[in-house]
Design a protein around this ligand. Structure first.
Ligand code: NAD
Ligand code: MG
Length: 297
């Protein structure tokens, strides 16, 4: 079986997908996508790098968060995932994978824009896992809106609530409980530096996340807590088929980059594992682009 250590051509290691046009409501169900994204279910091989760790993966039901949750479990961590109610079936798929790895899996449902939920999420994860020493904050909202005069104020607010404010609230609630050695990984985007004119609200949240993470990283390094950021490029996930990009862009999604294809979520998970594992002990406040070769600062 090929795994993430198998020598391979990055252009063809995962298929250059050519998906049909498709759109879903809400945040979308990954299980209904064509093709279904690859979370590394049949490929990710753990080597004990997160043995005994207790991790909360925010937005761990699908896509990059789902792949990260599975990888963390296979590396030996107990894992809590958070998700929105309508994504219950996607969450169950990831929880099955976590439990199959022989560790504890906990699902926590709730809306990050609901007052008090980010703080409750930390508390519930901590109680269920018997502690917490790793956060991977991956949930995100992305809705295309071509004309800023038509961009609803509510969307602008909700995108910032979900992507930026919830992140800070989760970190604030967690920090008093995180022992030295703990890690926090946040999620920016290629759009941190290349704002799409169709997603000015989303792109600006990603710039905010990147800057916020670098500031927090310096504060928390003094407590022995390391904060780093992953900046994904085009990745085949439910985000894209639930209003994230225009439907007519889906068939050629990701094909204009140097590798000529979109990423699968399985290709993002190793970056989160690296930042969470002690092997990155001297890496603090870094941003790792996983975008198929588009230059970033
Ligand atoms: P995804 O849809 O599979 O995951 C996003 C998750 O965010 C959802 O599953 C949902 O559980 C969660 N979420 C959204 N709104 C929420 C809310 N109000 N309350 C609670 N949870 C909520 O898509 P993905 O692409 O894996 O997204 C993961 C992260 O990767 C996001 O931060 C996204 O911005 C980032 N990213 C994705 C791409 C890409 O091309 N897919 C590129 C760059 C960055
Ligand atoms: Mg989802």
């Amino acid at each position: 079986m090929n795994d993430q250590y198998t020598f391979d051509d990055p252009r063809t290691r995962y298929p250059a997908i050519d998906p049909p046009e498709q759109q879903q409501g809400g945040t979308g169900l990954q299980s209904e996508m064509d093709p279904v994204p690859d979370l590394g279910e049949s490929t990710y091989r753990g080597t004990g790098r997160l043995q005994g760790r207790k991790a909360l993966v925010v937005g761990g039901d699908s896509g990059i968060g789902g792949a990260t949750a599975i990888a963390f479990a296979r590396e030996g961590a107990d894992v809590a995932i958070s998700y929105l109610g309508p994504e219950e079936s996607d969450a169950q798929h990831v929880l099955e994978q976590i439990e199959a790895a022989g560790v504890t899996g906990v699902g926590i449902q709730g809306d990050l824009t609901d007052g008090g939920f980010p703080e409750q999420l930390v508390e519930r994860a901590r109680t269920a896992l018997g502690g917490l020493d790793a956060l991977a904050i991956i949930a995100g909202k992305q809705v295309t809106s071509k004309d800023l005069t038509q961009l609803p104020d509510e969307q602008f607010v909700e995108t910032f609530e979900t992507n930026v404010f919830a992140l800070l609230r989760i970190v604030k609630a967690a920090v008093p409980h995180l022992p030295p050695g703990s890690t926090i990984v946040t999620t920016a985007s290629l759009e941190t530096w290349q704002a799409s004119p169709e997603r000015i609200d989303y792109a600006s949240t990603k710039g905010a996340i990147n800057t916020l993470s670098k500031g927090i990283a310096q504060q928390l390094a003094e407590k022995g807590i390391r904060v780093n950021t992953v900046a994904p490029g085009p990745t085949w996930t439910a985000l894209q088929v639930s209003g994230g990009i225009p439907a007519d862009e889906i068939p050629e999604y990701g094909q204009d980059g140097p590798l000529g294809r979109a990423a699968q979520p399985a290709e993002l998970a190793p970056a989160y594992v690296f930042f969470t594992s002690a092997e990155s002990s001297y890496v603090v406040g870094a941003t790792l682009s996983v975008n198929g070769g588009v230059p970033t600062p």
